[in-house]
Design a protein around this ligand. Structure first.
Ligand SMILES: Nc1ncnc2c1ncn2[C@@H]1O[C@H](COP(=O)(O)OP(=O)(O)OP(=O)(O)O)[C@@H](O)[C@H]1O
Ligand SMILES: [Mg+2]
Length: 248
């Protein structure tokens, strides 16, 4: 059984039409799964439906076989499903360290929280250097690192990250993906949405292509990267759009 399961999930906003039109997906424990697809495909909507920010109209989302659909977003977070939206959502006027402390508000054992904060400051030297500075003074890449560091403090069962490379220079993007690879090496389950499809798939074991609110394909990430049809439809343009090497 997969850790996180989506079964024929339909979801949409308000009284509008279904945006997700029946998505079935297994997210395996300890693996990184990358969701790719064109703008407006429903990738962010899918993550929001999993964490209860968008209502699931029919179908089921399950964690460890237990239904999440009817829970509130805070209850889903308590179950260990952590969603990092694209906007990075730090507290801009708080220091870097205060942002890390806030991430661990639900950890009652303060000694444990302290040791996890020490640990992330060791993992992210750039955050250690700037720990006393306000979060708003960080560069985009540093803010993304701080966001991932916040998630690491919570040790979610499933970490869902929406377009972590958004707006970042290629070199910084590489560092962000290295962090995500590092998380996976510790056994964390990661569900990643990436516009930078090639890079996202390269740091994942499983890939899923969404288009027009439906799953078009899923399979091992390397087989998606090697599939000429998917390449043509979903990888070529985006790779070029991100300024990386041309696909010819
Ligand atoms: N708050 C909202 N209210 C109504 N419709 C929305 C809302 N957010 C997104 N949508 C619609 O849902 C569809 C899917 O959007 P979504 O943001 O999930 O796509 P995406 O795959 O994440 O795209 P992108 O690559 O641009 O981030 C789009 O048609 C969008 O207009
Ligand atoms: Mg999106």
């Amino acid at each position: 059984m997969a850790l996180l399961e989506l079964r024929d999930v339909h979801a949409g906003y308000g009284s509008g039409p279904d945006i997700l039109t029946g998505i079935t997906l297994d997210v395996d424990e300890g693996a990184t799964t990358c969701v790719i697809g064109p703008n407006g495909a429903g990738k962010s909507t899918m993550l929001k439906a999993i964490v209860g920010l968008v209502r699931v109209r029919s179908g089921e989302v399950r964690l460890d076989g237990q239904r999440l659909n009817d829970l509130r977003p805070d209850q889903i977070l308590d179950r260990g499903v952590c969603f990092v939206p694209t906007d990075r959502s730090l507290f801009p006027e708080m220091s870097v360290r205060e942002n890390l402390v806030m991430a661990g508000y639900s950890i009652d054992d303060k000694a444990l929280l302290g040791s996890r904060i020490d640990e992330v400051l060791e993992m992210f030297p750039v955050l250690a250097e700037r720990r006393s500075e306000r979060a708003r003074t960080l560069s985009g890449g540093q803010q993304q690192m701080a966001t991932l560091a916040r998630a690491w403090i919570v040790r979610p069962r499933v970490l869902m990250v929406d377009e972590p490379s958004m707006g970042l220079a290629p070199q910084v993007t590489e560092q962000v993906f290295d962090v995500i690879r590092g998380f996976r090496e510790t056994g964390m389950t990661v569900l990643l949405v990436e516009q930078n499809a090639r890079k996202g798939l390269e740091c994942s074991q499983w890939g899923c292509v969404l288009d027009l609110g439906a799953k078009r394909f899923d399979g091992p990430a390397d087989s998606i990267l090697a599939n000429p049809e998917i390449h043509e439809l979903y990888l070529g343009r985006q790779a070029n759009g991100n300024g990386s090497a041309s696909d010819g």
